[in-house]
Write a protein that binds this ligand. Structure first.
Ligand code: NI
Ligand code: MN
Length: 242
């Protein structure tokens, strides 16, 4: 029983559950310069999750909802906004809550970041707060996608309560934490695999994930520097063996 993780560039990830359900997180696809051509048209999405309202995260959520009608998970205000744009199956929630969707336990956790949807006139629509997610799959594997965030002390609570095996963390700096804070996040979260995201998309996102290599050695986690579009398999056995 495995899960498969595919990075689509920036903060967009497709995760396939052991049951073959497709979870798509922060679906910024068309305008995403790091998303490969082969991934520009998503054919099947069972569950779509958004961490916050910024354009590089909500991305193509509206068109994907209209075309594929996935279950849509977001904080109440953001999920409701997507509902107003044609998403028929919204599953709104808020921080601290867990719901089971398509066989996966989804917990919404804290993130420290802003969240607004930019309207065409340049004003912002209130989209609730930014969040992260912990996904617990039926084979016991737990994946934390931090969304956009600074490091915060309650990442320790995420470790103590949910014990994520995999932590997907922003490292690009400027709009999120950079390397210095990401190193500290790894110390609080104690994951077995770290996947860096939200770097290099634009020159301002200058954090270099290779700079996490020394903390990876120190804390004995695997640093997965994924290539956008390449599907990577993860089994519970692989982590136990480590
Ligand atoms: Ni953001
Ligand atoms: Mn962002």
């Amino acid at each position: 029983m495995a899960i498969y993780i595919t990075w689509l560039g920036h903060s967009a990830f497709r995760i396939e559950s052991p049951e073959g359900k497709i979870f798509l997180i922060d679906p910024w696809i068309q305008g995403n310069p790091r998303c490969p051509e082969s991934e520009k048209h998503q054919k099947k999405v069972d569950v779509l999750l958004c961490t916050h309202g910024h354009g590089d995260h909500v991305g193509d959520a509206v068109s994907i909802c209209q075309e594929l009608q996935p279950t849509v998970i977001g904080i109440y205000e953001l999920a409701s906004w997507l509902g107003s744009k044609g998403a028929k199956n919204i599953a709104p929630m808020n921080k601290g809550g867990t719901q089971e969707v398509a066989g996966v336990k989804v917990t919404m956790v804290h993130a420290l970041h802003s969240s607004g949807i930019e309207a065409e006139d340049g004003s912002f629509i209130y989209a609730g707060e930014a969040c992260g997610y912990v996904l617990e799959f039926s084979n016991g594997l737990k994946v934390y996608h931090a969304g956009d965030t600074t490091v915060f002390g309650d990442m320790k609570l995420i470790h103590e309560l949910y014990r994520p095996d995999v932590a997907i963390l922003p490292v690009g700096d400027n709009f999120t934490m950079g390397i210095r804070e990401a190193e500290y996040a790894c110390k609080l979260l104690r994951p077995r695999v770290v996947i860096p995201m939200h770097f290099g998309t634009f020159p301002v996102l200058r954090g270099n994930p290779q700079d996490l290599r020394s903390v990876a050695r120190e804390l004995n986690f695997d640093l997965w520097e994924l290539t956008p579009g390449l599907r990577r398999k993860l089994t519970a056995k692989e982590l136990v063996a480590k």
